[in-house]
Design a protein around this ligand. Structure first.
Ligand code: SF4
Ligand code: SF4
Ligand code: FES
Length: 255
């Protein structure tokens, strides 16, 4: 790779949530350096916010936190695919110096430039009670034992970082639809598997039996293709669908 290579970026920008008329593509060229990722390219633009044709502009803004594909904050659409900017290596996504296109995710309200508001995902986690209730703050002793098989099933499901890639790819999910999406459904499977979490399994399933619940999945399977944590989302949807059917038929026996 020549040391004097430049990295070309084409970025979709908008000045604020309501400033639709400011929506535009801007092109930038920054110096390449080894191990560069999309965040480090954006940092170069921040240091010198000048477009490829020499126009001074406001610095591009984005969200990030962990810089190691754990928090999900830097998720954006890079070369047409939702992924984390911190793990998108320039040499991999633009091996011959092709321009890299970067846009914000489209399924969430835009805040500015590459920042979107993913609150709906967190509200949906609250809606399905994606946690384990603790009875007070006193010493509870060791929790119930979890079998190795149960742990093996739960671990991959627990890797979700609420990044939103699966929702960006899902044709059923969007700002005009009520479908809760695969990430929250997967969390229901995870918490219903847990020996203590099972106590509230019925409530979680009932949340997914409402409008916008698991029945709205169109089974296109785009979600599982894009999940950066390789979570078996389609399996989770199938498992939770079976649980909701069983709960619908026999749940009243437990009440
Ligand atoms: S399988 Fe369901 S959740 Fe996954 S992308 Fe398709 S419609 Fe969305
Ligand atoms: S399931 Fe995968 S793609 Fe969806 S939010 Fe979680 S980590 Fe991201
Ligand atoms: S900054 Fe946390 S995933 Fe990229």
């Amino acid at each position: 790779m020549p040391e004097n290579r430049v990295v070309r970026l084409k970025i979709l920008r908008q000045d604020g949530p309501k400033e639709k008329s400011s929506r535009r593509w801007e092109e930038f060229s920054v110096d390449w350096h080894p191990q560069m990722n999309v965040i480090s390219a954006l940092m170069e633009i921040q240091k010198k916010p000048v477009t490829a044709d020499g126009k001074g502009v406001s610095p591009v803004v984005w969200d990030s936190c962990c810089l190691e594909e754990v928090c999900g904050a830097c998720t954006m659409v890079i070369n047409g695919r939702a992924r984390q900017a911190c793990s998108a290596l320039v040499d991999k996504i633009s091996p011959d110096g092709e321009p890299i296109t970067i846009a914000p995710m489209s399924k969430f309200p835009l805040v500015r430039d590459l920042i979107v508001d993913r609150s709906r995902m967190f509200e949906d986690l609250k809606h399905v009670k994606a946690w384990i209730d603790l009875d007070g703050s006193h010493e509870l002793g060791p929790g119930p034992r979890q079998s190795p098989e149960n742990q093996e099933e739960a671990y991959p499901l627990s890797r979700c970082m609420t990044c939103g890639c699966c929702l960006e790819a899902c044709p059923q999910y969007g700002q005009g639809t009520t479908f809760i999406g695969p990430a929250a459904i997967n969390q229901v499977r995870l918490f219903n598997l847990h020996p203590s979490g099972k106590m509230h399994a019925g409530e979680r399933l009932e949340a997914l039996m409402e409008n916008g619940g698991v029945a709205d999945c169109g089974k296109a399977q785009n979600c599982v293709e894009v999940c950066p944590k390789e979570i078996p989302l389609v399996d989770s949807i199938a498992v939770v669908s079976r649980q909701t059917t069983k709960h619908m038929l026999f749940g009243w026996l437990l009440k």
